[in-house]
Design a protein around this ligand. Structure first.
Ligand code: CP3
Length: 346
């Protein structure tokens, strides 16, 4: 089947489909018992990311249950710092822990030369997936946006206020710019290689975009994303890019027009009528069900789904959550969502 017959890719090319194609961020993960079993078999979380057989298996698990229109490569945004030789670990119940980058000496310890060798298992996963997914399912490759990855590299963990990352950004602008330049290069190289192994669309996750004031948003969210979009467009024309500048608020509009993305994933705080009027004429929208509605289930879930379909289903749209599925989500609620979206008649 040619790519243009895949509903997910048709929606990204600007078609309005009824029902809209759908997939869910973090559709592979701890809410699924079969994921937890494979994860235990793999050892650590990073071991799972670098095991092509098992990473392929966990990518396919949610497709078997729910028939999503897209598969997303199973990996993590923090494989980039890992491949640049920063120490990265995922601690049970704590999330990621990294040896933080705070000085020029720390930054000098990073090295891009072994990037592709280190990430070879991820490319192998993409290749296996592209042969294994159903003919109407699209394969999404992804990376973290430079700003969001930089926050973990500088903080050394998740953070509430990004004080260390922002202190470097404001106080040591040259050092911060060097780190960002390295990330823009590595992320572009990584995404191009995913495309060469079979990724048909790319999503760039800028989870912490909303933490930046307008001028920094322009410089460290919009500009690096524009470089990545332009590079993909020039080197691998025809591969659509979805941006996810989470919690960007009214800046979603400038993000779309100034980066040139084909689609934008909106978080749950974006008002639907505003999005339909101001954003949907500019590009395909993806989103934006509150992931906790998927935990709660029942009539609240149904009503949330319908509101989104009514508001955004009349234009180019891909149904998704406003952020990733959380571990307490009952799998039967995901089945309920899948049925309801697939039955939508406009
Ligand atoms: O969507 C998918 O199914 C593909 C897989 C995927 C994962 N992480 C798997 C994962 C994707 C696209 C990501 C992206 C990612 N990773 C982001 C951006 C999107 C977002 O959710 O905001 C970020 C910020 C990360 C960094 C990260 N990875 C954190 C902060 C954590 C710990 C928090 C947690 O949920 O445990 C992870 C771990 C992680 N990445 C898990 C999974 C399935 C859970 C790890 C486990 O199985 O123990």
């Amino acid at each position: 089947m040619s790519p243009s017959s895949k509903p997910f890719l048709r929606a990204l090319a600007g078609e309005t489909l009824t029902p809209p194609p759908f997939w869910l961020m973090r559709q592979a993960g701890r809410y699924l018992p079969e994921y937890r079993a494979t994860r235990a078999e793999a050892g650590s979380f990073l071991d799972l990311c670098y095991n092509p057989e098992l990473a392929t298996e966990v990518t396919l698990q949610p497709l078997r249950r729910y028939g999503f229109d897209a598969a997303i490569l199973f990996s993590d945004i923090l494989v980039i710092p890992d491949a640049l030789r920063q120490q990265v670990a995922f601690k049970e119940g704590e999330g990621p822990v990294l040896t933080p980058i705070r000085s020029a000496t720390d930054l000098d310890g990073l090295n891009i030369s072994g990037l592709h060798d280190h990430l070879a298992p991820v490319y192998a996963t993409v290749k296996k997936l592209s042969a294994a997914i159903p003919a109407t399912t699209a394969l999404i490759g992804f990376a973290g946006a430079p700003w969001t990855v930089a926050t973990y590299m500088i903080e050394g963990s998740g953070s509430k206020d990004f004080s260390k990352a922002k202190t470097m950004m404001f106080g040591q602008p040259e050092l911060f710019a060097r780190l960002m330049a390295l990330l823009i290069q590595a992320t572009g190289d990584y995404l191009i290689r995913q495309i060469d192994n079979g990724a048909e669309a790319i999503q760039i996750f800028d989870t912490w975009a909303g933490a930046l004031p307008e001028d920094q948003f322009e410089r460290w969210v919009i500009a690096p994303t524009r470089v990545l979009v332009q590079r993909i467009r020039a080197e691998r024309p025809g591969v659509p890019v979805i941006g996810f500048p989470r919690q960007a608020g009214v800046l979603y509009k400038r993000y779309i027009t100034e980066t040139g993305v084909s689609g934008v994933s909106i978080d749950s705080s974006v008002p639907l009528e505003w999005a339909a009027k101001e954003l949907q004429p500019l590009c395909t929208l993806q989103g934006n069900l509150d992931p906790i509605l998927l935990v709660a289930g029942g009539e609240a879930l149904d009503a949330g789904i319908d509101r989104i379909l009514k508001a955004l289903g009349k234009g180019p749209f891909i149904f998704n959550l406003g952020h990733g599925i959380t571990p307490p989500t009952p799998p039967e609620n995901v089945a309920r969502l899948a049925e309801r979206v697939k039955a939508w008649k406009g």
